[in-house]
Design a protein around this ligand. Structure first.
Ligand SMILES: [Zn+2]
Length: 208
C-alpha cells in the first residue's frame, strides 16, 4: 500500500525522500495510531457532508486547480504563507513568514513523487491555496496544505481535485487526532476517516 522500496528505477534523491517518512510511518504502525485517510476514485464529493459539497462546488467556480512548479510560483507562495501568522491557534514556523526560496528540483521516480497542487483565482490568476503531496506508490502523504487567509473554501476544492487527479488510491493527512480539535474536525469535514496502519483498513465508526 505504501511503497518505500528502492529499485533500479529510483532516482538519486529517492533514498532520502523515503528516509524522511519511513521512520514516521513505522512509529504510527508501532503505536497503532489511527491515520487520517481518504480513498480516491470512489465518489469523493458525494460522500461529503452537504455543507462541504457546496464548498467544493463554489471553489470550482472561483478557482482553477492544477499542478504547479514550486520555483515558478514563489511570489504567490510567499503571499499565502505570510497571510496568517497564526493558524489553528498556533504561530506559524518562522520560515513560512520569510519569502519562499527556490527549491532544488528532486531526482525521483514514477513511484516516488513530489507534487505541488494549487488553486488559482479564475479572476486574477493568483494562487490562493496549495498542497504538497509526497507519493509512495499508491499512497500520497500530505505534507503541507495552506491557503491564503482571505480565501475560504479553496482547500475544499483542492482536496477534491487531488482526489480525482493525484493518481493514488489513498491520501493521508497525518494522524486523525491532530494537534487541535479544530484541525481534526476540519480533516473529517473534508472527507478524511480513521484508518488502521496495521491492517491497512478504514476503522468502522459507530455513530450514535
Ligand atoms: Zn523511487
Amino acid at each position: 500500500m505504501i511503497d518505500f522500496t528502492l529499485t533500479d528505477e529510483c532516482g538519486a534523491d529517492c533514498p532520502k525522500w523515503i528516509e524522511k517518512w519511513v521512520e514516521w510511518w513505522n512509529a504510527r504502525v508501532k503505536e497503532r495510531e489511527p491515520l487520517a485517510m481518504m480513498e480516491c476514485g470512489h465518489g469523493y464529493v458525494e460522500s461529503l457532508p452537504r455543507a462541504s459539497r457546496r464548498m467544493v462546488r463554489v471553489a470550482n467556480t472561483t478557482y482553477e486547480f492544477r499542478e504547479f512548479t514550486y520555483n515558478n510560483c514563489l511570489s504567490d507562495l510567499s503571499k499565502i504563507n505570510q497571510s496568517k501568522s497564526v493558524r489553528q491557534g498556533r504561530p506559524m514556523a518562522d520560515h513560512y513568514l520569510q519569502p519562499a526560496k527556490p527549491h532544488r528540483p528532486l531526482a525521483l521516480c514514477e513511484r516516488h513523487r513530489d507534487t505541488w497542487y494549487g488553486g488559482f483565482s479564475r479572476e486574477t490568476g493568483e494562487m490562493k491555496g496549495y498542497a504538497r503531496l509526497e507519493t509512495f506508490g499508491e499512497t500520497g502523504l500530505l505534507n503541507v496544505i495552506l491557503r491564503h487567509g482571505e480565501s475560504l473554501g479553496v482547500l475544499n476544492g483542492l482536496f477534491s481535485y487531488m482526489n480525482d487527479n493525484a493518481n493514488v488510491k489513498l491520501i493521508n493527512y497525518l494522524r486523525i487526532a491532530s494537534a487541535t480539535e479544530t484541525l481534526t474536525a476540519f480533516k473529517r469535514r473534508v472527507g478524511f476517516r480513521p484508518w488502521d496502519p496495521v491492517t491497512s483498513e478504514f476503522i468502522e465508526e459507530v455513530h450514535a
